[in-house]
Write a protein that binds this ligand. Structure first.
Ligand SMILES: Nc1ncnc2c1ncn2[C@@H]1O[C@H](COP(=O)(O)OP(=O)(O)OP(=O)(O)O)[C@@H](O)[C@H]1O
Length: 504
């Protein structure tokens, strides 16, 4: 169960002690001057990159820098418009792409209405028998999941749609490694939805296969994880590799600076609420870990955090608030920002403007007649405010993952909601943008809005005025103001003896 990121130096030195790239071998990936355009967007602008067998390469860069595009080109799903891309010394074959490259996607590529085993079959049919494929696929699925994520709890007969976002991510990774001749494994933001234990298990697996000679390319906004796990890091900016480093020779600040970010933005600047006033307008009855009746409350102008180990009831509280379930008190004007943009976030057939204004349309129409001018103004303001790369009229699906998430956040804040519910909304958003979003949350609270925010990143909770820590669906304690820090949240998430004191 996850709570925080592994920043331990122990993990880092262990990684660097692991077998490294095989310098004597030919690079397994060799890219020079790769260019890729999507209409007017130059997604790759002359990429040069080499990766050796057994090497773990980190690729970092801001939202829209071109990371996912580069990964699609390395896997051969898409061809570069120009330049040379070779894997295993050979160019891409039009239909197959690069057969020895497998990729686990940021947005899982699984078919939601099929089972885990059926999904494994779909992506690995060539290595499974025609007769008895069902059992063979189930066997492969279990073997891969057991090897990477011991104790995963996923059954091959489970329908993907019924799985949690974390379990789907595990299946996505397992699907990728079931391959006949795996020489390159690409992991695109693999840990955004994983618990800390699962992330650790994944990285242990990555080190094992790298030691066996598989090249691994890890794309992540979690710079601490990249530095812990990778041998080398390439920084991508505006579609080009602007620098490459041995992981041991650079730190997070250095990488961040090269990505083009403001280094200060990484540091949490707590801004205490000055706007929180009056009686609570939001009330949710809960039970404490000792079994007593209690309430989670929020006032206008407050930023309230829901914290603890993932899956301890935080999302259920948001859902009760969103639905206005029995016993819950909340105003009618409320907006919800999902973390799972694939399942409940984007409207894939609409453009950015449509996705952004859907909740605010009522505000900009008179007697049912819409006002395109006002809507365009609203969209323009939010596209500028959050620097949504792609602009108002781009198809939402053409945006990078992080930019799609910005649109969903904007949608909620652009509405007239006075309570905003945030369900771990910043997955896949780069560090710099996150800092902007923290500022946005605080500004909107100052305007009198109530923000209720679940985050699986405990460090983010320092932006809240008060934090409720949950354990096994119950309230384990409350932290206020400067007392909110990761250590206390973790202590409350696990504490048993101190419960009486915490919730007194
Ligand atoms: N299919 C597509 N159609 C049009 N534009 C695209 C498409 N895919 C990517 N782009 C554009 O190419 C640029 C690079 O996108 P890409 O997804 O590679 O960025 P990224 O670095 O992976 O971002 P993130 O960190 O947000 O996932 C963006 O401006 C994006 O809007």
């Amino acid at each position: 169960m996850s709570m925080a990121r592994d920043t331990s130096t122990g993990a880092r030195s262990a990684a660097h002690a692991a077998a490294g790239p095989r310098k004597t071998d030919e690079p397994v990936i060799r890219i020079s001057a790769a260019v890729k355009r999507y209409g007017p967007t130059l997604a790759l602008n002359g990429v040069d990159l080499e990766v050796a067998p057994g090497e773990i390469l980190g690729v970092v860069g801001h939202n829209g820098a071109g990371k996912s595009t580069l990964m699609r080109v390395i896997s051969g799903i898409e061809a570069a418009d120009s330049g040379s891309v070779k894997v295993g010394g050979k160019p891409r074959r039009a239909r197959e792409g690069f057969a020895c490259v497998r990729m686990a996607y940021q947005e899982t590529s699984l078919a939601p209405e099929l089972t885990v085993a059926q999904n494994i079959y779909l992506s690995s049919a060539s290595m499974l028998p025609g007769l008895g494929w069902r059992q063979a696929a189930a066997g492969k699925a279990v073997a891969a999941l057991d090897e990477i994520f011991p104790g995963h709890g996923v059954h091959p007969g489970d329908y993907v749609d019924s799985l949690s976002i974390g379990a789907r991510q595990m299946v996505e990774i397992a699907r990728a490694v079931v391959a006949e001749d795996l020489r390159v494994l690409i992991l695109d933001e693999p840990t955004e939805s994983l618990t800390r234990e699962s992330a650790d298990a994944l990285y242990a697996y990555v080190r094992r296969i790298a030691a066996d000679g598989v090249a691994v390319v890890l794309v992540s906004h979690r710079l601490n994880e990249v530095l812990s796990v990778c041998h080398r890091v390439a920084v991508l900016k505006d579609g080009a590799v602007v620098s490459e480093h041995d992981a041991a020779s650079i730190d997070e600040s250095g990488l961040f600076a090269e990505m083009g970010g403001d280094i200060e933005a990484r540091h949490i600047v707590r801004r205490a609420s000055t706007a929180a006033t009056g009686d609570p307008t939001v009330r949710v009855p809960v039970t404490t870990v000792q079994g007593a009746a209690a309430e989670i409350v929020a006032r206008p102008g407050e930023v309230i955090g829901l914290a603890g180990i993932a899956g301890q009831g935080q999302e259920e509280i948001l859902e009760r608030l969103w639905r206005g379930s029995r016993g819950v008190r909340i105003g009618r004007r409320r907006a919800y920002v999902p973390g799972d943009r694939q399942r409940s976030g984007i409207l894939p057939l609409w453009d950015v403007a449509g996705n952004l204004t859907i909740s605010a349309m009522r505000l900009y129409s008179k007697a049912g007649v819409r006002s395109p001018g006002q809507e365009a103004g609203l969209v323009g303001r939010w596209v500028d405010r959050l620097a949504i790369r792609g602009g108002a009229h781009a198809a939402i699906t053409s945006l990078s993952g992080g930019n799609q998430q910005k649109v969903i956040v904007s949608r909620a804040f652009a509405s007239d909601a006075d309570t905003i519910l945030l369900d771990d909304p910043f997955r896949g958003v780069d560090v710099h943008t996150k800092a902007d979003l923290y500022g946005l949350i605080r500004d909107e609270a100052e305007r009198g809005r109530t923000i209720i925010w679940y985050s699986s990143e405990n460090t983010e909770m320092a932006h809240c005025d008060r934090v409720y820590v949950l354990r096994a669906g119950r309230l384990a304690g409350e932290l206020v103001g400067d007392d909110i820090d990761e250590d206390r949240i973790i202590a409350m998430s696990f504490a048993v003896k101190e419960d009486a004191k915490e919730t007194a």
